[in-house]
Design a protein around this ligand. Structure first.
Ligand code: NDP
Length: 504
C-alpha cells in the first residue's frame, strides 16, 4: 500500500520533486494530504505481492473468502463516517451524498460475496447426443491479479463495482484510484488489512495517469477501467501490447424520455436529481431529456420550478458541491456556449451560473442535435430539454448518440416502458425512475459504443473477473467412436446418416 505522507501539507504543487503529489479539497483548493507517485518498481512490487496473496486467496475457496469479505464489509461499515468524510473532502460532495455512496458500495460487496459460489461454482452442462458417453461441466477460475483503475466522481462506489466482484471471484486486486481521490483508495486498503492482516489481496497504489499506464503493462491478468472514453482508448492501447484483457466502463450522455401519459411530478423530481445530483458528475446522470409535445410545456415549467432554488455550494446544506475536476468547468461552459451560439435558449441559469468551481443548475431548450451539449458528455449540472412529437422520435434521437450507457423512460404503462426499453441502444434502462439500477446489485452494469464494454455488478460482473474452464470427462467408450485414427467405415456410414437426419 502506498504510504500516506501526512494529513496536511503547505505545498500545493501537485507533483513536487520528492515524487509525491497532493490531494485537494475542490471547494477551497486546500491541500488535504500528500501521496507518493508509484513508479515502475512500486507498481511491479505491488503486483508481485498481489500474485502471492492471490494464491492464498484462491485456496480459501468460496466460503473462506466469503468470511473475509464479510469482515471487510464490516470494517468499511464501522468506518463509514470516516470514509464518507474522505470522499466528501476529496470530491467536495455533501456529507450525506458521500455516506450514501458508502452504503451503495457495501450493498454490492455484500451481494458479490454472497453470490460468488452460486454463480461461479462448477456446473454440469448437457453433453449432447453424440457425446452421451461424456460428462461435461463449466467452472469459473479466478484470473489472478486484477488491476482496477477508478475515477473520482464516485471514488468508492464505482471502483467497488470492480473490486468487490473481482475479489469475490477469487482474484487479488491492485487499485489505482484517480489522483483526485487517492485517500479513498488508501483508506480502502487500510480497511482490507483489518479484515485480512498480512495478506495483501487488495492493495492501493497512488499516482497519476502514468501510474495507471504502468499498471496496465505490469502483467496483471485483467484491467478494470472506469473513466472517460478518451482515456479508455489509451488504456486499451497499452493493454493491447501485452494482450491484457480489459473491461471498460466509460462516459455517457444518458437520455430521459417522457411520454404523454407520464406522471409529470415524478418525472420532474427524478429529472432534477438525475441532472444536477452530484453536480451532474454522474456517468449515468441525465443529460438529455426528450419530452412528448403535449406535455412539454408543463414538464419544462415544473422542472424549472424544481431547480430554481437548487444551488451548488461548499456547505453540507448545498444541493450539490463544486466541479471536482477544475478543467471540467470549461467543458461545461463550452457546451452551454455552443448550444446558445446555435440558437438554443437557457430557460434557467446560463453563462451566469458559473461561479468559480461552482455551477448552478442550467436548463437549455431547443438545442440543435448537433450541438456539443447533445453530442458530448457534459458531466456538469446542465441539462437539455428538447421537444419531440412522440416516443418514436424520442427513441430515434436517444439512439443517435455515440454513447450508450443508461437511459430512463417515464410512462404510465409498464408494458410500454418495457417496450421502449427494448428499443433503446444502451446498457441499462430504468422505467419511471432514474439511476434506480445502481442499488440493484444483481443487475449487470455497463455500456455499448463509446460507453465501453464488458459488465460489472451481478452474475455477469462476477464472470467478468473469471476465467472459464470447461472439462469433458469420458465415462465410457463411445458406441460410435470417431476420435480415433482407426475410424471404422461403419462409423462413418452412421455419421453420414445422422448428419442428414439431424441437420438436413
Ligand atoms: P479519466 O479518464 O480522466 O481517468 C480515469 C482513471 O484513469 C483515473 O484513475 C486516471 O488517473 C487514470 N488514467 C489516466 N490516464 C491513464 C492512462 N494513460 N493509463 C491508465 N490510466 C490512466 O476519468 P475521470 O477520473 O475524469 O472520471 C470521469 C469519467 O469517468 C467520466 O467520463 C465518467 O462518465 C466516467 N465514469 C464512468 C462510469 C461507468 O461506470 N461507466 C462511472 C463513473 C465515471 P488520474 O486521475 O490520476 O489521471
Amino acid at each position: 500500500m502506498t504510504e500516506q505522507l501526512g494529513s496536511q501539507s503547505t505545498s500545493i504543487d501537485p507533483h513536487a520533486d520528492d515524487n509525491t503529489f497532493a490531494s485537494f479539497d475542490p471547494r477551497d483548493s486546500t491541500v488535504i494530504a500528500r501521496y507518493s507517485v508509484a513508479d515502475r518498481t512500486a507498481v511491479d512490487s505491488a503486483v508481485g505481492d498481489a500474485r502471492t496473496a492471490a494464491r492464498w486467496w484462491d485456496q480459501l475457496g468460496f466460503s473462506g473468502r466469503q468470511k473475509v469479505l464479510r469482515d471487510f464489509r464490516a470494517a468499511i461499515a464501522n468506518n463509514a463516517e470516516a470514509m464518507a468524510a474522505i470522499i466528501s473532502a476529496e470530491t467536495g460532495k455533501p456529507a450525506d451524498d458521500a455516506l450514501l455512496e458508502v452504503m451503495l458500495a457495501l450493498e454490492h460487496l455484500d451481494w458479490a460475496a454472497r453470490n460468488a459460489q452460486k454463480v461461479l461454482r462448477r456446473r454440469r452442462v448437457g453433453a449432447g447426443l453424440i457425446s452421451a458417453n461424456q460428462s461435461a461441466s463449466v467452472g469459473y477460475r479466478p484470473m489472478g491479479v486484477v488491476g482496477v483503475i477508478g475515477p473520482w466522481n464516485y471514488p468508492l462506489y464505482t471502483p467497488m463495482g470492480s473490486i468487490g466482484y473481482a475479489l469475490a471471484a477469487g482474484n487479488a486486486v491492485v487499485f489505482k484510484p484517480s489522483e483526485l481521490s487517492p485517500g479513498v483508495g488508501v483508506e480502502l486498503a487500510r480497511l482490507w488489512n483489518i479484515a485480512a492482516p498480512g495478506h495483501p489481496v487488495l492493495q492501493t497504489i497512488t499516482g497519476d495517469g502514468q501510474t495507471g499506464a504502468l499498471l496496465c503493462s505490469s502483467g496483471v491478468n485483467k484491467i478494470a477501467f472506469t473513466g472517460s472514453t478518451a482515456t479508455a482508448k489509451r488504456v486499451m492501447a497499452t493493454c493491447a501490447e501485452t494482450l491484457t484483457p480489459l473491461v471498460a466502463e466509460c462516459g455517457g450522455k444518458d437520455p430521459m424520455l417522457v411520454n404523454t401519459d407520464a406522471n409529470l411530478d415524478a418525472a420532474v423530481s427524478f429529472a432534477a436529481f438525475g441532472a444536477v445530483g452530484n453536480g451532474g458528475q454522474t456517468c449515468a446522470g441525465v443529460e438529455r431529456i426528450y419530452v412528448a409535445a403535449p406535455v412539454y410545456d408543463a414538464f419544462l415549467s415544473k422542472l424549472t420550478a424544481a431547480l430554481t432554488d437548487a444551488r451548488a455550494g461548499d456547505s453540507d446544506s448545498a444541493t450539490y458541491g463544486p466541479m471536482t475536476l477544475g478543467k471540467q468547468t470549461a467543458i461545461v461552459r463550452g457546451h452551454v456556449e455552443d448550444a446558445l451560439n446555435r440558437g438554443a435558449k437557457a430557460v434557467l441559469g446560463g453563462l451566469d451560473s458559473f461561479r468559480g468551481p461552482f455551477i448552478d443548475p442550467i436548463i437549455l431548450t431547443e438545442v440543435p442535435e448537433n450541438s456539443t451539449a447533445i453530442t458530448e458528455e457534459t458531466f456538469g449540472p446542465s441539462v437539455v430539454v428538447n421537444k419531440v412529437a412522440d416516443m418514436d422520435e424520442a427513441i430515434e434521437r436517444a439512439n443517435a448518440s455515440k454513447y450508450g450507457l443508461g437511459a430512463s423512460v417515464f410512462t404510465k404503462s409498464s408494458a410500454q416502458g418495457r417496450a421502449i426499453a427494448e428499443r433503446l441502444e444502451c446498457g441499462v434502462v430504468t422505467v419511471n425512475s432514474v439511476l434506480g439500477f445502481a442499488s440493484i446489485a444483481a443487475l449487470p452494469f455497463g455500456g455499448v459504443g463509446d460507453s465501453g464494454f464488458g459488465r460489472i455488478h451481478g452474475a455477469d460482473g462476477l464472470r467478468e473477473f473469471s476465467s472459464v474452464k470447461s472439462v469433458a470427462v469420458q465415462k465410457f467408450s463411445a458406441p460410435l467412436d470417431l476420435l480415433t485414427i482407426e475410424r471404422k467405415a461403419r462409423a462413418m456410414k452412421i455419421s453420414r446418416w445422422m448428419l442428414a437426419k439431424r441437420h438436413g
